[in-house]
Design a protein around this ligand. Structure first.
Ligand code: AMP
Length: 572
């Protein structure tokens, strides 16, 4: 752990990506494989591999209490240190120094630290967990405590992402980056990936179902003409306004993951039954939408706002399921017939998807009908509780006129616009390319991260309603604008609470906040400007909506901003 913490300090000290990778590679290579395997997991900012889904269930407040007790500092002293450093791990390194110098630190290995993490995860209740955390932290040096706490809170803050750890593994063991990425994607375990790399066995990695894969993302297109400039023929679907969902199915086991890779199966208890029944493992990609089952088959999508009541809930009552019925619109298949399908062209995946869904519907529909003995009519109560899994209809278009007609039809059906896809394209997890294009109502919106908030004026006087937001510029956030309209009073109230709990620095009227909240902002046009760090400013920015389904990494980049600006200049 000591060596690990020292290396983390070195990684944090250099802003250069290549140097960071070199330090990690050298460290991994010099450690025994068992240690290196755990190090890879810790360096990705996690106590355990992704696929395990084990969580410590130790909140910041509990760790705060442990650090306070161990350091014997007052609440005010600790708060002052936190204000200055903005990170509990760094605070611990500062306030614990006096206490440990006298003692005799145990310098546990990384494997031992992870074993203790497992004991903490298995312990019940904050009392037991707190005692174990306290014991661990009391035996280590302040520098080790700093990184143990950072791993426990899930953020190392040394400018290292899992993708850089992948690069370091490739470098340390002489593999290519894509071999490492592929194994890590299939296994959901960077530690196991490292073991395979160390043994020269990366090609042996096999898909592990029930851990989420990254989702393929779309780029905005300003017009039908632009969309068709990337590929001639296109497969076109409606753009449904709901939440992205990746479903893993094997026999009767079904689990659904959101775009932030969180499991959301419990929020949609009506979906697993509708998906179950496929004999071999399958991974689907699609959108969960609030659905009006109405009279016509198969019904139609309701606006995103209708789905709001179903989001972020662990338990869903039958009444809520009836009030806000949902459907799962499936548009892709990533794994099926015991095979990873992401490298196949979309046109082939689409055919396979039709076949798989046809097989599922005969088995699961037969079961549903059996249950209700033919009483099932469209729009009935039973139908609502047995949500539909619907193959998102696909259209072909090869001219702007055809696309325009499809766009109007999609909007007439109440959908947001179109998704225009290259039939030849592979599925690229976690990447935003030009193989999927989104054509929406607004000319352009940006997904941005809130970096600072201010108290409002007039009726917004006691609430934090003015948001400064940023886009990615390399691996840092560059502010691009400020907006204060678009959210409801209830949303502003909730956000105020969140921001107060997640402030990094209090500047009186203004708070610098943890960059975690993603907003979609609309605007009239864009200008070059020195007012903001990004070098651009938005005219009449307004918050289109909160995007709790997106994580900060999903926000737009300065390259997208530049593209929108150049497009606007060309067309004006
Ligand atoms: P946006 O959220 O505006 O960046 O648009 C991309 C999102 O549209 C995807 O992440 C999906 O959640 C959603 N979406 C809706 N319909 C489709 C579709 N037919 N194909 C792909 N994505 C879709």
């Amino acid at each position: 752990m000591k060596n690990f913490a020292q290396n983390c300090e070195r990684i944090a000290a250099t802003p250069k990506k290549l140097e960071k990778i070199a330090i990690v590679a050298e460290f991994l290579k010099s450690a025994p494989t068992d240690e290196a395997s755990v190090a890879a997991v810790f360096l990705s900012g996690r106590p355990f591999p992704v696929w395990e889904e084990t969580t410590l269930q130790v909140g910041g407040a509990l760790l705060w209490r442990v650090v306070r007790e161990l350091s014997a500092k007052s609440e005010a002293e600790l708060t002052a240190a936190y204000r200055k450093l903005g990170d509990l791990g760094a605070v611990a390194a500062e306030v614990l120094s006096a206490q440990v110098e006298a003692g005799d630190p145990a310098h546990p290995t990384l494997v031992e630290v992870q074993t203790t993490f497992r004991t903490i995860a298995a312990a019940r209740g904050p009392g037991a967990k707190g005692a174990l955390a306290r014991e661990l932290l009391s035996q280590v040096t302040p520098l080790e405590a700093k990184y143990i706490i950072k791993i426990m809170t899930g953020d190392l803050r040394i400018g290292l992402k899992e993708s850089l750890v992948e690069e370091a593994i490739a470098r340390a063991y002489g593999a290519t980056l894509s071999e490492v990425q592929r194994a890590n994607m299939l296994l959901g375990d960077i530690g196991e990936t490292l073991r395979l790399a160390a043994g020269g066995r990366l090609a042996k990695a096999r898909m592990r179902l029930f851990h989420p894969l990254g989702l393929m993302l779309a780029s905005p297109a300003a017009s039908s003409e632009e969309a068709l400039s990337y590929f001639e023929n296109s497969l076109v679907e409606d753009k449904y306004d709901g939440i992205r969902a990746q479903a893993h199915v094997s026999g009767d086991e079904v689990r659904i993951f959101s775009r932030t890779r969180d499991e959301i199966t419990e929020s949609f208890p009506e979906l697993p039954d509708a998906l179950a029944g496929l004999p071999e493992g399958v991974i689907f990609d699609g959108e969960i939408v609030a659905w009006d089952y109405g009279e016509e088959d198969p019904g139609r999508a309701l606006p995103f706002s209708a789905l709001g009541r179903r989001l972020g809930r662990k338990k869903v009552s039958e009444q809520l399921m009836r009030e806000v019925p949902v459907a799962y619109l499936v548009f892709d298949v990533l794994y099926g017939n015991n095979e990873l399908l992401i490298d196949r062209p979309l046109s082939e995946r689409a055919t396979l998807l039709d076949e798989l869904l046809a097989r599922r519907s005969t088995s699961s529909r037969a079961r549903t009908h059996g249950l209700h003995q033919g009483k099932l009519s469209f729009g009935s109560e039973e139908q609502r509780l047995n949500a539909q899994v619907i193959r998102a209809p696909v259209f072909n278009a090869s001219s702007a006129t055809e696309l325009d007609q499809l766009f109007e039809a999609a909007q007439a059906r109440g959908n947001e616009g179109l998704m225009i896809k290259d039939p030849e394209s592979a599925y690229t997890p976690g990447r935003r390319g030009k193989s999927w294009l989104k054509l929406k109502r607004e000319l352009a919106t940006l997904d941005v991260v809130v970096t600072a908030v201010e108290y409002g004026h007039g009726k917004r006087i006691g609430v934090l309603s003015d948001y400064t937001f940023a886009v990615w510029h390399g691996n840092r956030l560059a502010n691009i604008g400020k907006a204060y309209s678009g959210l409801t009073d209830a949303e502003i109230g909730e956000m105020t609470k969140w921001f107060l709990e997640h402030k990094v620095e209090d500047q009186g009227f203004r708070l610098i906040v943890e960059p975690k909240i993603v907003l979609e902002v609309a605007f009239n046009n864009m200008m070059r400007s020195d007012r903001h760090e990004s070098g651009y400013a938005l005219r009449f920015p307004r918050i289109a909506r909160l995007r709790p389904d997106k994580s900060p990494e999903d926000a737009d980049t300065i390259e997208t901003v530049r593209e929108i600006y150049e497009k606007q200049e060309r067309s004006s």
